[in-house]
Design a protein around this ligand. Sequence first.
Ligand SMILES: Cc1cc2nc3c(=O)[nH]c(=O)nc-3n(C[C@H](O)[C@H](O)[C@H](O)COP(=O)(O)OP(=O)(O)OC[C@H]3O[C@@H](n4cnc5c(N)ncnc54)[C@H](O)[C@@H]3O)c2cc1C
Length: 387
Amino acid sequence: MDFELSPEQRLLRDTLRAFVDQKIRPVAQEWEAEGRYPDEIAAGMAEMGLFGLTVPEEYGGLAADMVSLAIVFEEISRGWMGVAGILGSHSLSCWMIARYGTPEQKAAYLPGLATGDRRTGIALTEPGAGSDLQGIQTVARRDGDGYVINGRKTWITNARHADPLPVLVKTDPAARPAHAGMSVLLVEAGTPGFEVVRDLPKLGYRGPETCELVLDDVRVPASALLGGAEGRGLQQVLAALETGRVNIAARAVGVAQEAYDQALRYAGQREAFGQPISGFQAVQLKLADMAIKLQGARLMTYWAAAKADAGQRNDLESGMAKVYASDVAQECAFAAMQVHGGYGYSREFTVERLYRDAPLMVIGEGTNDILRTVIARALTSGRGVVG
Ligand SMILES: Cc1cc2nc3c(=O)[nH]c(=O)nc-3n(C[C@H](O)[C@H](O)[C@H](O)COP(=O)(O)OP(=O)(O)OC[C@H]3O[C@@H](n4cnc5c(N)ncnc54)[C@H](O)[C@@H]3O)c2cc1C
């Protein structure tokens, strides 16, 4: 068993850390408060090739291993979790197109997606269905040599930048089980009838836009069907979400690490009753608990990522890592706020942002309660084993 990163992974981490210190930390507080889209940071990430993290090398991508992917999301989230959102659903959909796309779809989209000239996201959630994806109402009706899509999607991150945007639809709404009639269509920006109607106001996760979309008689060619066969959409999306959960777990580790770092630093500087507050046992217990849980979350995240790198199924592991790390991020953000006393409640201190950003990881890419049911199913069926 080897708990060390490889020399390449260490170099990646150090490079990312320097990028975050130089380009993200100095502006994060101000731009986040303004709700400003960090174009300059996105350009820097493109220069580093990060939009190609999950794109195969033959299409110009980095084809990064999952541990490296986790390192990228962890380091960026230490600086500003919202920025990681720009890469999150983009990387997930690049992976999905690379894995399931037809040769024509890969050739058309992956080179541009790898450089960041094109961006993408993923449109699953609807006003009436999030966890229950088989309950979606968006329908794509076959019409001549294409499909006509009608429906509404909500909470779609990167929607204004995505081209193409993979959209989960029902190609056969009468199919039973419902997933047998579900497909993914790659909808290009500017297609008539496809409209981003509003940006949703959010507690945190500011930076990337998260939007509501309307698809009103949107006509796409049959070649927009991911993989070229109907009825595979839910399976394609669920497989992609497995990689997405490692990214969410890693973002949570980044937020937890930053909360811990801020708390440790502040506890050493702030004095009360004639001594630094780090001398009080109640503060020490918080710091120790944060460090213990944070390191546990990191190990679990790398474990899930390493399983994927070994080519093994990792839905149980990535689910466990996502649930644990996101709970830990919330706990650490709140503990860091408590260590900061009144200042922790101030918008002038980073911990206030961490406290607002942390809950997204509990909700996104499968709520923690849904994932607990998935984990339990794997355990009780004997498919997943712990110990
Ligand atoms: C900032 C942000 C960005 C997002 N970005 C995207 C994106 O880019 N693309 C996208 O498609 N979606 C995105 N989402 C949507 C997100 O994936 C969903 O919000 C999430 O999957 C939950 O779905 P829901 O909101 O419909 O909640 P619901 O499914 O309605 O769940 C509500 C509550 O009921 C519980 N619940 C539901 N069913 C069960 C069950 N069977 N057992 C136990 N408990 C259950 C849930 O755990 C939850 O607590 C984003 C959300 C947010 C907040």
